[in-house]
Design a protein around this ligand. Structure first.
Ligand code: SF4
Length: 335
């Protein structure tokens, strides 16, 4: 396996927050990705094709060429000011949604520049929170390097949920599916360290490889380490058996077969504090982005500066995301 990872520190970035054209009860109004590309090289990763929009045959570019968006913090500061008027339940962002910032190579390259883009991002959210512009951050990672930020994350624990991904509780299987991630036991230590500092940790079994008892084992083990929430999703687009047999060269050279037409399935019986509707179900009226005519599922708020003109009253089922256990803010339809 030959691997050379290249880092590009880029000033070319048009925005920090990406407003989502559609999000269901399990999704988020905004995402923020400080980097594009990820050297963890999970075989099932579909960011290269669907999100980073890497052309066919160029998957290697995603796994071996990481671009860091250096201007994100200054853009974010301006965007948060512009979006301060949004209803509270829309001020939610998932960070690291399509690429993991917490890569050793990214952290080292930024240290040489005396920069830490993620810390700068956190400081900006913290500054706006102190001024009354409250956001909820969902920070997704598979890396122990998130512990570099344990100090500031602990200060922000009322406005942060950390989401640690696991594909399986079995470390031998993990090695077959993710080339360069940290071992399962190390990831559980991260869950434990974050939880001991009072941070809310969600386990993201997405995509999960295994049966229901494997998933229950992962949930029990992680909750014993302090996790409080669990979210899961089955594999889409690929087949587990084919992925297990795939070499690194085959992965980066796009020798991977797509499976189409599979539903985006979740096991709701194990999900907890991750967007499930409360029982008994209740609906309330909240302001949500207007849907484009003729495109029933698409939310029309691509021009974030005009979002106040694009909100309409909608019925929304009340969901549990564990917010009420970390924050006294009224999040509308989200508890
Ligand atoms: S950690 Fe996430 S972004 Fe990185 S390769 Fe794995 S699935 Fe893709």
């Amino acid at each position: 396996m030959k691997k050379t990872t290249k880092i590009t520190l880029s000033n070319i970035v048009s925005r920090a927050l990406n407003a989502q054209k559609q999000f269901d009860q399990f999704g988020f109004p905004f995402t923020l990705n400080p980097t594009v590309g990820c050297s963890f090289a999970c075989k099932f990763c579909y960011s290269p094709i669907f999100v980073a929009k890497i052309p066919s045959g160029k998957r290697k570019q995603f796994f071996e060429n990481i671009r860091v968006k250096m201007e994100i913090p200054s853009l974010l500061d301006k965007e948060l000011t512009k979006l301060a008027h949004l209803p509270q339940h829309l001020k939610r962002v998932q960070i690291n949604e399509t690429s993991d910032y917490y890569l050793p190579i990214v952290v080292k390259a930024l240290e040489k520049q005396n920069r830490d883009i993620m810390r700068e991002i956190l400081e900006i959210f913290q500054k706006h929170d102190a001024a009354g512009n409250h956001w909820m951050l969902h920070i997704l990672t598979k890396s122990n390097l998130i512990l570099n930020h344990l100090d500031i994350l602990t200060e922000m624990k009322h406005m942060v949920q950390i989401e640690i991904s696991f594909t399986t509780p079995d470390d031998n299987l993990r090695k077959q599916l993710e080339f360069f991630t940290i071992p399962t036991g190390e990831r559980l230590k991260v869950v434990s360290a974050l939880s001991k500092s009072g941070l809310f940790v969600r386990i993201m079994a997405m995509p999960f490889c295994g049966n229901e008892s494997d998933m229950q084992l992962l949930k029990d083990t992680a909750f014993n380490s302090g996790a409080q929430a669990f979210k899961n999703k089955a594999l889409n687009y690929y087949d587990w058996e084919q992925l297990q047999a795939l070499s690194y060269d085959d992965l980066v050279n796009d020798k991977i077969e797509r499976v189409s037409g599979r539903p985006d399935s979740k096991d709701l019986t194990l999900m907890i504090k991750s967007g499930e509707t409360i029982n008994p179900e209740q609906t309330i009226k909240v302001l949500m982005p207007l849907q484009k005519q003729g495109k029933a599922k698409l939310m029309d708020w691509s021009a974030v500066s005009k979002t106040d003109e694009r909100l309409v009253i909608s019925d929304r089922a009340i969901i549990d995301c564990g917010y009420s256990s970390i924050s006294s803010i009224n999040w509308g339809y989200i508890q």
